[in-house]
Design a protein around this ligand. Structure first.
Ligand code: GLU
Length: 285
């Protein structure tokens, strides 16, 4: 199948050093495989996305010379697709309505939380007992084994470590897991290249692909850029927006974070990209 990759930022803030690494890696991998590279705005969580941030990110990518092959897409405009997928999962008995509040779930599972998320104990699996449905969940079962191009063989016991996870939230917003799986399939994405912080979301996405009868793309999770406090660099811990007065310098830094050996010095961004591409080709065939 012809390679199709994507960069899928959540437009909650401008690109920073960490998100540039994901953008660059996905672009390099697509170009190295003679493939297409798409940009998708993951703005399902509308309240967290300030107006105009999407256009700002698109402008940053343009300035860096990272140009998508198709017009960008916005998840906020694709709710019907997500609803159709949820309807299919409900009809096949793989998704179910859940009436539990967060407090009830916390009380049922005790303090065992993973990444701040509670492993849902399955209280509504057999029905809500007449209580109104708040959220929709996927019924999960067993372990998912998968292969990452950088991290190698991976495995997660979804039932024990994650539990039946949310597809549509109690506030009516679509969960990232459902939107990303539906869109990757609808856009024919063959290869997902993104930051390693998302690696432990991959088994949930594979479970959803299997439940919906969709293909599983290849995955490559890139090294994370850490903040001084050792946490993933993010808007929350003060990642600064990229200074794009010198796009080539930013691309050099991001390339080095990907383990590429790119020399600094004044030159056009396109030169840095060409140099990084030659090295990426050799490293990630
Ligand atoms: N929107 C997600 C983020 O910005 C990335 C999703 C993905 O690449 O699958 O963290």
């Amino acid at each position: 199948m012809a390679y199709r990759g994507r960069f899928a930022p959540s437009p909650t803030g401008p690109l920073h050093e960490g998100s540039l690494v994901a953008a660059l890696a996905s672009w390099l991998d697509a170009r190295a495989h003679g493939g297409q590279w798409l940009v998708r705005m993951e703005d399902v969580d509308g309240p967290r996305c300030p107006p105009g941030m999407d256009e700002l990110i698109l402008g940053q990518l343009e300035r860096l010379g990272l140009r998508p092959d198709e017009p960008p897409t916005w998840q906020s405009r694709r709710g019907e697709l997500y609803q159709a997928a949820l309807d299919r999962l409900i009809a096949s008995g793989q998704a179910y309505g859940c009436a539990c509040t967060r407090a009830e779930i916390a009380a049922a599972v005790g303090p065992r939380a993973k990444h701040g998320e509670l492993v849902y104990p399955g209280s509504c699996r057999e029905g809500t007992g007449g209580r109104p449905v708040r959220a929709w969940r996927l019924r999960v079962d067993g372990r998912i084994d998968w292969q990452d191009r950088r991290l190698g063989p991976q495995s997660q016991d979804l039932a024990a470590e994650v539990g039946d996870f949310v597809l549509k939230r109690a506030d009516g917003l679509w969960a990232y897991q459902l939107a990303v799986v539906v869109d990757d399939a609808a856009q024919g994405i063959t290869d997902v290249v993104r930051g390693a912080d998302l690696a432990d979301n991959t088994p949930r996405q594979i479970a959803l692909q299997q439940a919906l009868g969709l293909p599983t793309p290849h995955y490559l999770h890139t090294p994370l850029v850490l903040a001084v406090d050792g946490h993933k660099l993010s808007k929350q811990n003060g990642a600064a927006a990229l200074d794009l007065s010198d796009p080539a310098a930013r691309l050099c830094e991001a390339s080095r974070r990907l383990g590429l050996d790119i020399e600094g010095g004044p030159r056009p961004a396109a030169d840095v990209l060409a140099c990084a591409l030659a090295q990426w080709r050799a490293r990630w065939p």
